[in-house]
Design a protein around this ligand. Structure first.
Ligand code: 5GP
Length: 191
């Protein structure tokens, strides 16, 4: 069976990335599966263990690092770790699925370097930092100090967009979804 490909999606918090990923996952011809990361942060809103993330303790995370269980991991915010689990991704690829990995920009660049031409790196860009602030305040799932941390981080992430294979600006959601779909469809189903 043909091995799957890796779709790396990175974007600042509040860029509409999760909505776009959900839309893409619902298109059967893309044969996408989502790589569920492990994280030490607490669940937010309706998030569920084993569906959105594996929510684990810092001790469990450290144990996985020492077992070399991660493709990559990153301290995205102070004291909060996120990591991609190697055996899960490898199994999904071997089964012929195209694996979506939702990563911060550092993780995104590292995974692209690891998988080379078998990976497509896509950066979803919000129209402006002001829009990021409005979206984060609107969803009201973070404490005010966490919103500030995420806005600071967003400015850094935006500066890394040129390192990605493709950039999609999410100004109008339907347009951004259509553009992301076309790019990924070409990558997984084109010649
Ligand atoms: P959130 O807390 O909003 O779910 O995610 C925060 C950031 O961590 C996002 O930029 C997301 O892409 C990133 N992230 C989620 N899982 C991983 C992972 O396994 N590795 C890396 N490097 N970043 C991740």
């Amino acid at each position: 069976m043909k091995k799957g490909k890796v779709i790396i999606i990175s974007a600042p918090s509040g860029s509409g990335k999760s909505t776009i990923i959900k839309h893409l996952m619902a298109q059967p011809e893309l044969r996408l599966v989502f790589s569920i990361s492990a994280t030490t942060r607490s669940p937010r809103g309706q998030e569920q263990h084993g569906r959105d993330y594996y929510f684990i303790s810092p001790d469990e995370f450290r144990a996985l690092i020492s077992q070399n269980a991660f493709v990559e991991y990153e301290q995205v915010y102070a004291g909060i770790y996120y990591g991609t689990l190697k055996d899960k991704v490898e199994r999904q690829l071997a089964e012929g699925y195209n694996v979506v990995v939702d990563l911060d920009v550092n993780g995104g660049e590292r995974v692209k370097a690891l998988y080379g031409d078998r990976a497509l790196s896509l950066f979803i860009q919000p129209p402006s930092i002001e829009v990021v602030r409005q979206r984060l305040e609107g969803r009201a799932t973070e404490a005010p100090e966490d919103i500030e941390k995420r806005i600071e981080r967003a400015a850094y992430e935006l500066s890394r967009a040129p390192h990605f294979d493709r950039v999609v600006v999410n100004d109008k959601l339907a347009d951004a979804q259509a553009e992301a779909y076309a790019i990924i469809n070409q990558f997984v189903n084109g010649d």
